[in-house]
Design a protein around this ligand. Structure first.
Ligand SMILES: Nc1ncnc2c1ncn2[C@@H]1O[C@H](COP(=O)(O)OP(=O)(O)OP(=O)(O)O)[C@@H](O)[C@H]1O
Ligand SMILES: [Mg+2]
Length: 260
């Protein structure tokens, strides 16, 4: 809960542990991760490759069950839901955009975007939202294209529109600007910031790019499956000083041999 109101937090993660078996060895991809995201917050998750960023998003989205700990989305404990209820809850309340876009090849861009709301019988009431998203993501001229007739960046934007169409409590995006040119990437960041500031949306993005992280309100840095630090981006005026700070944090956390 918020300290000041009874509104549930869009995302509350408590003491998450996620292990993967690799042959005889077990990797702890997430070790005791706790995180709270407040309504309207835009959070960037950064960290070296293998630090657990994607695993964190998958667990937060209810796609992977944790070994220990809890995930509450919009105040609801994901572990307490039946598979069926979780499927519906995810479709309505959690917007996801992951590294593989998972667009359906036989559907047009517009049909792919509308899929979550059509499945729920809410297609008609989502038309206005669809038009806003097509416009803001510069996809209006691509609505009848199938994924194989879209560029990588266009496919990424279609996947992003699909994540937003159901008006979810939270949007979780893994490298949303990964295959976008810098202008389109910055435009997407501006859209994310507008969605948070004007419409009070809540967004968590994983990114390697300080230029993306500067648009966020807060930056959470993971290292080796743990939250290394959590700071406000407003402490840094531009992407360059944020990048320098991030680099210092990550370097300082490396084992002595690795940082030599
Ligand atoms: N399905 C899996 N089976 C076994 N190990 C896994 C699996 N998924 C992830 N891991 C391991 O868990 C750790 C965290 O992986 P994760 O994908 O979360 O990293 P990441 O921070 O997203 O990295 P990147 O920036 O490269 O995408 C890594 O060591 C990875 O090898
Ligand atoms: Mg990843």
């Amino acid at each position: 809960m918020n300290a000041t109101t009874d509104t549930p937090l869009p995302l509350r993660i408590e003491h998450l542990i996620k292990r993967f078996k690799q042959g005889a060895a077990t990797i702890e991809a997430l070790s005791e991760v706790s995180l709270e995201v407040t309504p309207g917050e835009f959070v960037a998750v950064m960290g070296a490759s293998g630090s657990g960023k994607s695993t964190l998003l998958h667990v937060a989205a209810g796609l992977t069950a944790p070994d220990e700990g809890s995930v509450f989305v919009d105040g609801e404990d994901l572990a307490a839901m039946s598979d069926r209820r979780l499927t519906v809850f995810r479709r309505r309340r959690i917007g996801v955009m992951f590294q593989a876009f998972n667009l359906i090849p036989s559907l047009t861009a517009e049909q792919n975007i509308m899929l979550p709301v059509r499945t729920d019988g809410r297609g008609a009431e989502s038309r206005e939202r669809l038009e806003m998203l097509l416009d803001r993501l510069r996809l209006a001229g691509r609505r009848t294209h199938r994924p194989d007739a879209l560029s990588g960046g266009e496919q990424q934007r279609v996947a992003f529109a699909r994540a937003l169409i159901a008006d979810p409590a939270i949007v979780l995006a893994d490298e949303p600007t990964g295959s976008l040119d810098s202008v389109t990437g910055q435009e997407l960041c501006r859209l994310l910031q507008d969605l948070c500031r004007e419409q009070h949306r809540t967004i968590v993005v994983v990114t390697h790019e300080p230029a993306v992280a500067t648009w966020a309100d807060r930056i959470v840095v993971l290292a080796d499956g743990r939250v290394l630090t959590d700071f406000r981006s407003a402490e840094f005026g531009d992407a360059q000083s944020l990048a320098a700070h991030y680099h210092d944090i990550v370097q300082a956390a490396l084992p002595v041999e690795a940082s030599r």
